[in-house]
Design a protein around this ligand. Sequence first.
Ligand code: SF4
Length: 324
Amino acid sequence: MTKRGQIRVIRVDRKSPVLTRTSFGCLSNVHTLNVTRGCEFQCVYCYARGYSTAPQSGRVMLYANLLERLSKELNSPRRHYPVRHVAFNTASDSFQRHPDILKITYEAMRLILERGISLSFLTKGWIPDRFIELFSEYTDFISAGIGLVSISPEYHRAFEPGAATAQERLSNIERLESVGVKVQVRIDPIIPFYTDDEKGIRSLFEELAGRGVEQVVLSYLHLRPAIFDQLKRELPSTAFKLLEGCFETQRIVEVGTSTRTKLCPLSLRKKGYDRFKEIGKEYGITCLVCACKNPDMPAQVCVSQRKNTAITPKKSQQLSLFPC
Ligand code: SF4
């Protein structure tokens, strides 16, 4: 249940393959797998909610036959491309709270790990202990991403009403690290004027440094038209107006597979990233800028890249695949 009302989880059978091979951006040549269509967290900035295939608000479609299909696909001798890595829930979240979603996610992850295939996820949810126990047996096969933009409860209420609290996500970091799983923290999407002020950054970095985090990946909010309407409907009007003003004069540009996206003004992003980097130094935290979501500036990292290598992706590779 979210603060905006009851979420209905509807079981449906998936007709198409559950493993989809991507050929773009930071997830080039890996397979993706979504356990649900729609996500119960209902973040106001979520661009997956604006997809034409997204279920209506308040509904999440759970693929009830996913395990059966996954097993068949993994065993299929006709597969052209071997499955070496599976990126979970690129248009939803792996750790939504509904027990049926968690059950299928757990079994799917187990199936994949038992076959010696690595997996990755990026979550704004709470990871139950049984997953941590599972991951502890496969630490070299897990790339864990925790999304955390702010520790302010006001921010959480307004922008990520159904997601786990900041404390729950900090606990994810602690518990994953305690069993040897390396965690990448993504501060994404940074909301201009809300989560990029010095005080907010310091509070967040203090918590992260206290959990031994030494590196974070940054990216500012970018807007697609469908998200714009969503923000208008769901944010308090003062918050919406501030964001509207920020994006008002920005051109609609092509970013990867999205042909209609507005980036935050470049000067604002540069100043903001510099602020994060400067404050980060005081806490021993290195800040990398996500290359996929900042196609107009030199940046450092993609979802799957672990090394601090400066890259500017080719136009055809610029993409923000994860909605969070
Ligand atoms: S941004 Fe991520 S966590 Fe939030 S609603 Fe979208 S898919 Fe779910």
